[in-house]
Each structure stands twice: as structure tokens, then as C-alpha cells.
Design a binder for this molecule. Structure first.
Ligand SMILES: NC(=O)c1ccc[n+]([C@@H]2O[C@H](COP(=O)([O-])OP(=O)(O)OC[C@H]3O[C@@H](n4cnc5c(N)ncnc54)[C@H](OP(=O)(O)O)[C@@H]3O)[C@@H](O)[C@H]2O)c1
Length: 258
């Protein structure tokens, strides 16, 4: 029997790359896409973390491949993307999730910090998208999801390089969406609110910060990694077949409130 829900949201037979899949949000998204039927290639620098993600996916009955790569190294990234596409037998989905941050007063930001954040969050995402789009175009299309941030739209003190990278990533999302729509490639973004991971652990260690921040989130709680799967699945699947160049904030209402 035809099931419109399954038809639109299923990722059965889809081939996906998730960057930054060795822990945190990337691991949760890779596991989530696999649960909906995708075969997933996992990219990051830490081989042990990637293996843990692969093992979790395969223990749940999915299929995953590991590719160690630093997204700041464009030649290495291209090699990893090519191997991923070869392992998967093509490419339908890219989730650009690899990211880094260093909270620091702007008067103290070094060139090294600026370069590390921009090269990881923006340059890496662009060249992963370029490598993916070359394969997707041959296959008739695909879906790219860029993991942005609240700082794609608002300013956070101490996060100028990060905000520049994530605002840039949103601008890039729109430009690539406009440019690649004719190839059948859709490019959208997910903007996570506050999620506790290695990246953000430094904030959560402060109980006063936790209390003040929770009070600003209309839903009254921080995000759970699983909360990000639905929005990402939507953009990766046929359910969003006529949606491109958009961002969806998954933030418990933070961006909608003052
Ligand atoms: N947590 C939040 O509240 C939040 C909010 C908004 C947006 N985000 C975004 O969500 C994404 C994931 O963040 P997270 O919170 O899950 O952080 P995380 O736990 O620190 O994970 C970051 C991931 O990115 C990978 N990565 C970092 N630098 C890399 C590089 N040069 N090459 C390849 N992979 C690299 C890391 O793997 P390796 O170290 O193994 O390379 C890791 O898998 C980031 O883009 C972040 O900006 C997070």
C-alpha cells in the first residue's frame, strides 16, 4: 500500500556523507539518517570516534563507512569525498556539520584562531559541497544541509570569528541553492540552538550560565541531540523537494523570542 509519509521521508537507498561525525551532533545526525534508511560515510579526524559512530549504526542494522579527513586540507578532503562516493556507489546527501569554536574577546583573537575557525566552518564546508555537487550533478541531483548556528543571525560576544563563519555559511547556503537548483541540488541549513557537546561544554560547567540561558529558551530546556534529526531529515528527503536556500532553527523558540 502507498504510504505518503514513508514515500516522502524515507532515505532508503540514499547515500550520505556526514562531516564531523566522530562525536556530538554529527554522530547523532549520522545515526538518525541511517535509521531512516541511508547508507552513511562518516568524515572527521578522529578514527576512534568515527569507528564508534560506525559501530553504533551497524549495531542498529545500518551500513556506514569511515573516512579520516581534516576538512581544512582541501586536497585531503577531496580524496576523502571521492572515496566516500566510491564506497557508497554515488552521493545523494551531504551534511556539512564539522565545526569548531573558541570563545575569546575579539581584542585577543589571534590569526591562528581566526584561520582555524574560518577554515573549518566555512572553507571546509564550501569544498565539501563542491566535491559533493560534482558527484550529485552526474547523478541528477541531491541535498546538502549546512549546520549553521544562532550566530548565523545574531551576535554573541566573544564569538566574532565563529559568527563570521556561520553567517558566511548561511550566505553560502543561499548562493549555492540559487546556483545549483538547475542541477537538481537543494542546499538548506539547520540552525541548532543550545546543545551540550564537547564544543559547548565550557559553558555548561557554569551553573549560573545554565540557569540564565535556560530561562531565555521558551521551551524551558536545552536541546537533546535527537531533536536535530527531524529538521535534517526533512531537508535531506523528498519531503522538502521544493525547498532550497532556507534555514530552520531548532532552538526551542529562542530566535522567536526577545
Ligand atoms: N552544540 C551546539 O550547541 C551547537 C550550536 C550551533 C551549532 N553547532 C554546530 O554543530 C556542529 C557540530 O558541533 P558539536 O556541538 O557536535 O561539536 P563537537 O562535539 O565538538 O563536534 C565537532 C565535530 O566536528 C569535527 N571536526 C572539527 N574540526 C574538524 C576538522 N578540521 N576536520 C574534520 N572534522 C572536524 C570533530 O571531529 P574530529 O575532532 O574527530 O575531527 C567533531 O566530529 C558544528 O558545526 C557547530 O558549530 C553546535
Amino acid at each position: 500500500m502507498f504510504d505518503p509519509v514513508v514515500a516522502d521521508f524515507s532515505l532508503a537507498g540514499r547515500r550520505a556523507v556526514v562531516t564531523g561525525a566522530s562525536r556530538g551532533i554529527g554522530r547523532a545526525l549520522a545515526e538518525g539518517l541511517a535509521r531512516f534508511g541511508a547508507r552513511v560515510a562518516l568524515l572527521a579526524r578522529n578514527a576512534d570516534g568515527l569507528a564508534e559512530t560506525r559501530n553504533a549504526i551497524e549495531a542498529a542494522g545500518g551500513r556506514a563507512f569511515v573516512h579520516v579527513a581534516d576538512v581544512r586540507d582541501v586536497a585531503g578532503l577531496r580524496r576523502a569525498m571521492a572515496k566516500a562516493a566510491a564506497d557508497l556507489g554515488g552521493l545523494d546527501i551531504l551534511v556539512n556539520n564539522a565545526g569548531t569554536e573558541r570563545i575569546r574577546p575579539s581584542l585577543e583573537v589571534s590569526e591562528e584562531i581566526w584561520d582555524r575557525i574560518l577554515d573549518t566552518n566555512l572553507k571546509g564546508a564550501f569544498f565539501a559541497a563542491q566535491a559533493a555537487a560534482r558527484v550529485m550533478r552526474q547523478g541528477g541531483g541531491g541535498a546538502i544541509v549546512n549546520i549553521c548556528s544562532l550566530t548565523s543571525a545574531v551576535g554573541v560576544p566573544g564569538a566574532a570569528p565563529y559568527g563570521a563563519s556561520k553567517s558566511g555559511l548561511l550566505g553560502m547556503t543561499r548562493a549555492l541553492a540559487a546556483e545549483w537548483a538547475s542541477f537538481g541540488i537543494r542546499v538548506n541549513a539547520v540552525g541548532p540552538g543550545y546543545f551540550r557537546t564537547e564544543l559547548t561544554e565550557v559553558f555548561y560547567r557554569d551553573p549560573a550560565w545554565q540557569e540564565a540561558m535556560r530561562a531565555r529558551i521558551p521551551a524551558g530546556r536545552f536541546g537533546a541531540l535527537e531533536d536535530l534529526v527531524g529538521a535534517t531529515l526533512f531537508f535531506c528527503s523528498d519531503a522538502s523537494r521544493y525547498v532550497t536556500g532556507q534555514i530552520l532553527y531548532v532552538d526551542g523558540g529562542y530566535m522567536a523570542s526577545i
